[in-house]
Design a protein around this ligand. Structure first.
Ligand code: XMP
Length: 495
């Protein structure tokens, strides 16, 4: 009987076990479309999101990802307010309309206005009386008057005819209005009441990122993690305007988690991604709860020890393909999370059914990842650790012990925890945009080889070949010494 378990065990495969087969192609890599969905209602321009890990994603990384067309998922190793603030930072950084406008009264002195401009580092102030805009004053108007002996009041020198826009003015229209009227800042009004201000500098800055992932108000998309039973956190993130909540759990096929997810879904507006899972049955049980996205991957991450400590997991390509088999009928996106080492792995994940991938290691060590650069033996590194490592589980207020269903009784430092991850460093990699450029460049090259014009074709019209260990040896550079490190093939891999 028992021996049948071994006899009947299926094979499980991962990235290095397969290659994509080149096909007749009339597709140029530069012409492919990398748009994909990350959840039921959200589309990204590149199929990449960053891991909800405390050495990978806070606001800075989420902004960098959104600028390039992906999305960051803010980790939860912090209290609810701190995490909500990170979400708001991402949203605010991309909000064209500055909402907390600094204004001045017409009865203030000109001297006072210049002090406020200096303190707040702005070049002009709307003049407001009882909430209504009555003028505008700029540094340029004031400077010639500063030596005047008269104590001038704002109302005496302000420009009374203010060029304003409304909430519905598009960035392009705002730019035209600003150029026509030769002004740098446009107050946004609702009737006579000022509700915000838009600057030309911000509109031009926005044009630098034509592929950015934005919500319907033009603000960056952002996701955030919540624990498997943390309704309070999920609802606070939802209120803060997060676009996606990722229920972050090492085993989302735990039936209490499945049940919680159903309840959570009724309490939030944001899309709900749930993970991690590694089987078709897990996908089916969660899809029955109407989740908006599935996150797949158990134990394949570069910092994970689950497969060693618990002896549990499914090699990543098999896991993705099984979940995708189930998700296909529901048209719900699948995210391949963990274990990716090269751009070719992104292509392979998509070819077996992933709509997006989640990256930890490949984005850890970039400028935007939390933490400082450390120098060891003359080389730069940044910390990278598993969220199930001892350091991460004991290190933060929202520390994810519930991710691993571990209870902490008494003070955290005395907690008896069984880690499922390790702590270490990864080489410093420069800016996240440079890493993303290489990853997407590799994906586009792959799509060109396969003749796949878009992600849907990459998923449905490609074939794979199973390779052996000698095939892997042949795939990597061999029988030579690399002298110039390539940006997409680092030779400083640590293991
Ligand atoms: P990569 O390979 O990109 O994987 O570094 C990142 C993913 O790994 C998961 N993760 C963990 N899994 N123990 C685990 O078993 C851990 O301590 C741990 N920390 C992160 C997570 O899904 C992440 O996105």
């Amino acid at each position: 009987m028992f021996s049948k378990k071994l006899k009947n065990a299926p094979e499980g495969y991962t990235f290095d076990d397969f290659l994509l087969v080149p096909a007749a192609s009339s597709v140029e890599p530069k012409d492919v479309v990398t748009k994909s969905r990350v959840s039921r209602n959200l589309e990204l321009n590149i199929p990449i999101i960053s891991s909800a890990m405390d050495t990978v994603t806070e606001a800075e990384m989420a902004i960098a990802l959104a600028q390039e067309g992906g999305m960051g998922v803010i980790h939860r190793n912090m209290n609810i307010k701190e995490q909500v603030d990170e979400v708001k930072k991402v949203k605010r950084s991309s909000d064209l309309t500055i909402r907390d406008v600094i204004t001045i009264s017409p009865d203030s002195s000109v001297l006072e206005s210049i002090q406020i401009m200096d303190e707040e580092d702005v070049s002009g102030l709307p003049v407001v009386k009882k909430g209504k805009i009555v003028g505008i004053i700029s540094r340029r108007d004031i400077i010639p008057l500063l030596n005047s002996k008269d104590k001038l009041m704002v109302r005496e020198i302000m420009t009374e005819e203010v060029v304003t826009i409304s909430e519905s003015t598009t960035p392009e229209e705002a730019l035209d209005i600003a150029y026509e009227n030769k002004v740098e800042r446009l107050p946004v009004v609702d009737g006579d009441n000022i509700v915000g201000i838009v600057t030309i500098r911000d509109i031009i800055e926005r044009k630098k990122y034509p592929y950015a992932s934005r919500d319907s108000n033009g603000r960056f998309l952002v996701g955030a993690a919540a624990g498997p039973f943390d309704l309070e956190r999920a609802m606070a993130l939802d209120d803060a305007g997060v676009d996606v909540i990722a229920v972050d759990c090492a085993h989302a096929h735990n039936l209490n988690v499945v049940q919680f997810v159903g309840e959570l879904k009724d309490n939030i507006e944001a899309d709900l991604i749930v993970g991690n899972i590694a089987t078709k049955k897990a996908a089916e049980d969660l899809l029955a709860r109407e989740v908006d996205g599935l996150k797949v991957g158990i134990g394949g991450g570069s910092i994970c020890t689950t497969r060693i400590i618990a002896g549990v997991g499914v090699p990543q390509l098999t896991a993705i393909s099984k979940a995708a088999d189930a998700a296909q009928d529901y048209e719900i996106p699948v995210i391949g999370d963990g274990g990716l080492r090269y751009s070719g792995d992104v292509a392979k994940a998509i070819a077996v059914g992933a709509d997006c991938v989640m990256l930890g290691n490949l984005l850890a060590g970039t400028h935007e990842a939390p933490g400082e650069v450390v120098i060891m033996n003359g080389r730069k590194f940044k910390q990278y650790r598993g969220m199930g490592s001892l350091g991460a589980m004991t290190g933060g207020i929202g520390a994810g012990t519930d991710r691993y269903f571990q209870e902490v009784k008494g003070p955290m430092k005395h907690a008896k925890l069984v880690p499922e991850g390790v702590e270490g460093v990864t080489p410093f990699k420069g800016y996240a945009s440079e890493v993303l450029f290489q990853l997407i460049g590799g994906l586009k090259a792959s799509m060109g080889y396969c003749g796949a014009q878009n992600i849907n074709a990459m998923q449905n019209d490609t074939t794979l070949v199973r390779i052996t260990s000698s095939g892997i040896t042949e795939s990597h550079p061999h029988d030579m010494l690399i002298t110039n490190e390539s940006p997409n093939y680092p030779t400083t891999r640590l293991m």
